[in-house]
Design a protein around this ligand. Structure first.
Ligand SMILES: [Zn+2]
Ligand SMILES: [Zn+2]
Length: 135
């Protein structure tokens, strides 16, 4: 309990500025200037909050502006080291655009892998360790 108390106390900014955007804190605001900032902050810890924050921010598909069947897309895919819980790495896409973007990413990735393989062969990089070979 003590630890949690200490943590929450330390989160109250001494500067009187929003913890998220550093904007002025309005009357009755102790940590964040707005609900949006509060959501953005908690979005780093909770996937549902993150989705809510992205939905509030973007409101429609960021490619075709449709407002139907919206989904959260990770701009830098998780497979490429993108952050799962970072609203800045997320955007709202409709299902159709999401499917298209994902397919394009897969194609791009396959192309890149082929290119790397070709480069590896041409430049004679060390072969990856073969299974069971040991060396
Ligand atoms: Zn703020
Ligand atoms: Zn769309």
């Amino acid at each position: 309990m003590m630890r949690y108390r200490h943590y929450s106390l330390s989160k109250i900014p001494a500067t009187g500025r929003c913890l998220e955007c550093e904007g002025e804190l309005g009357k009755g605001r102790r940590k964040y200037c707005s609900d949006e900032c509060s959501l953005l902050h908690w979005a780093r810890f909770d996937y549902n909050k993150m989705v809510e924050a992205v939905r509030r921010r973007d409101q429609c598909c960021q490619i075709c502006h449709s407002s139907k069947s919206l989904e959260v897309d990770h701009i830098v895919p998780l497979a490429d080291g993108g952050q799962l819980l970072d609203p800045n790495n997320c955007r709202l896409l409709c299902h159709a655009c999401h499917v298209r973007v994902t397919a394009e990413w897969r194609r791009g990735r396959a192309r890149w892998q082929r290119w790397m393989k070709g480069k590896q062969a041409k430049e004679g990089w060390a072969e990856p360790i073969r299974e069971g070979g040991g060396a």
